[in-house]
Design a protein around this ligand. Structure first.
Ligand code: NAD
Length: 480
């Protein structure tokens, strides 16, 4: 169990990245970085304060005066440099995600690769945007919105940061990033990598600190035009309220409680592994995780047997081991949150088919939970309504296709959904009736040009490809 037993040198981070250089933190508060596999301190980070944040915003504002007028060719060239710089540190980025976050290596590699490819995807999308359109005596151009504040969660650091940087840079914006303080080492590796892209000074600034200090300053500062946020609904709501005072443009990527609709013609040998992969990807700490599995009553017993069989492959343990599917939760707090939901499910009368409360045997040191599948779940139970953000799946039975669609849509969330079935026309018909920003048919898949974002409480606006770039643009008309 390499990541659990090995002791590496402590990593000490005392700098932020402002105006093209690593500068010592003005903020003095120091936070320990804890490894989730064993609860050991593996580093420390000096957290930024408001003064660090204002310096970063000022640098981004100065840089915007020039970069805001850059051509699309110049931006494409910068995106290519960013892609090369991030690619060069691909393995270091993956290793940091495994060590600091506890991401399983088979998934961490995919996350890092998606982050790196975001630069290429943005370069492609850039070519497709109609930057200038004219008719009669009217000309419409798409202008960068200004300095953008990018605030992110901890569960896929490289992806969130690369994706947001790529879209903002493609649009002609300069950025100040406030990554999750739980991703400090991963951020440091990425920023060291991107420093090698030799960007214009002040285009990219990164200040690691607390949400209510650095994040709050970005949200209230009048020199920041736009916030692109990935995180919880509660913080998203606060950002939207506080940002109104300076009329911030907003993209909010929030939570989910995604349904997977298993149709009665599904081939279970493929459908159940696909459903469980969607439920337990990234150890269940995924906004898009398919945590409600809707199953026809007529096939419930068969499905339960298939789940019991397939769960043998969803082993929990050392995230550095390529055979492991589920790693630890990111922190003690997240461990307790997931355990409290498992307890709640049992109290509310759901039946534990697999897993349950407590740490898995032999993994008592870190923040490991048992991957858990509940059956006999009703859609009004807490475990079916609230986002748990851990490896907990609720199986809900339905009687008809209409009822399945009604249950799937009966959620405050609408980020992601899945349909599993053999008749593709029927699967498409069901998909067309699901209220979610993305619906996948017959398994998790991705397309970096397809929009990503939520209906309802799952958020506001979209990321990825052309949609993601447009979120950083303002149309401007000149009439003669
Ligand atoms: P969080 O909302 O607690 O924190 C997200 C970020 O916001 C962090 O960087 C945090 O420091 C910052 N923050 C906290 N308070 C702030 C404030 N007052 N002002 C400005 N910034 C503030 O979320 P988390 O625990 O880091 O991440 C888990 C959540 O993120 C889950 O709800 C998950 O669904 C969501 N998420 C959504 C997506 C998506 O694409 N829709 C992707 C990943 C995670």
């Amino acid at each position: 169990m390499k990541a659990i037993t090995e002791r590496e040198a402590i990593k000490v981070i005392t700098t932020h990245y402002i105006d093209g250089a690593f500068v010592e933190s003005h903020g003095r508060e120091v936070m320990n970085i804890i490894r989730p596999t064993d609860g050991q301190v593996i580093g420390s980070v000096t957290l930024a304060d408001e003064e660090d944040t204002r310096r970063a915003i000022a640098a981004a504002k100065r840089a915007f005066a020039t970069y805001g007028r850059s051509t699309t060719d110049e931006r494409a060239q910068i995106l290519r440099r960013l892609h090369a710089a991030a690619s060069a540190r691909r393995d270091d980025l993956t290793a940091a995600m495994v060590d600091e976050y506890g991401g399983v290596i088979q998934f961490a590699g995919l996350i890092v690769d998606s982050g790196i490819s975001a630069f290429q995807a943005a370069e492609k999308a850039l070519q497709e945007i109609p930057w200038r359109r004219s008719w009669d005596k009217t000309t419409v151009t798409l202008e960068p919105v200004g300095v953008a504040g990018l605030i992110t969660a901890w569960n896929a650091n490289a992806l969130f940061l690369c994706l947001k940087i790529a879209s903002a840079v493609a649009a002609g914006c300069t950025v100040v990033i406030k990554p999750s303080e739980l991703s400090s080492i991963q951020t440091q590796v990425l920023v060291e990598a991107l420093h090698e892209a030799k960007l214009p000074k002040g285009l990219l600034n990164v200040v690691t600190g607390l949400g209510n200090v650095v994040g709050a300053e970005l949200v209230r500062n009048p020199d920041v035009a736009k916030i692109s946020f990935t995180g919880s609904v509660a913080v998203g709501e606060q950002i939207m309220r506080d940002g109104a005072a300076t009329m911030k443009r907003m993209t909010l990527e929030l939570g989910g409680k995604s349904p997977t609709v298993l149709l009665d013609d599904a081939a279970l040998d493929k459908a159940i592994p696909a459903a469980l992969t969607m439920a337990f990807m990234n150890s269940g700490q995924a906004c898009a995780a398919g945590t409600r599995l809707l199953v026809p009553m007529s096939r419930l017993d068969e499905v339960k047997r298939a789940i019991l069989d397939t769960m043998r492959a969803f082993t929990v343990g050392d995230p550095a081991d390529p055979n492991i599917a589920v790693g630890p939760m990111v922190s003690q707090k997240q461990y307790e949150r997931v355990e409290s939901y498992i307890r709640k499910g049992i109290e509310e009368g759901a039946e534990v088919l697999v897993g349950g409360e407590g740490r898995p045997e032999g993994l008592e040191a870190g923040y490991f939970v048992k991957p858990t599948v509940f059956v006999s779940v009703k859609n009004d139970m807490t475990i079916a309504r609230e986002e748990i953000f851990g490896p907990v799946l609720s199986v809900i039975a339905y009687d008809s296709e209409d009822e399945a669609i009604r249950i799937a849509n009966d959620s405050k969330y609408g980020l992601h959904a899945a349909v599993l079935g053999t008749d593709i026309q029927r699967a498409r018909r069901v998909a067309s009736q699901l209220r979610a920003g993305r619906v996948v048919i017959n398994g998790m898949t991705d397309d970096p040009q397809a929009p990503w974002g939520g209906f309802k409480y799952s958020g506001v606006g979209r990321e990825y490809g052309r949609y993601g770039i447009e979120a950083f643009l303002e149309p401007k008309a000149v009439l003669e």
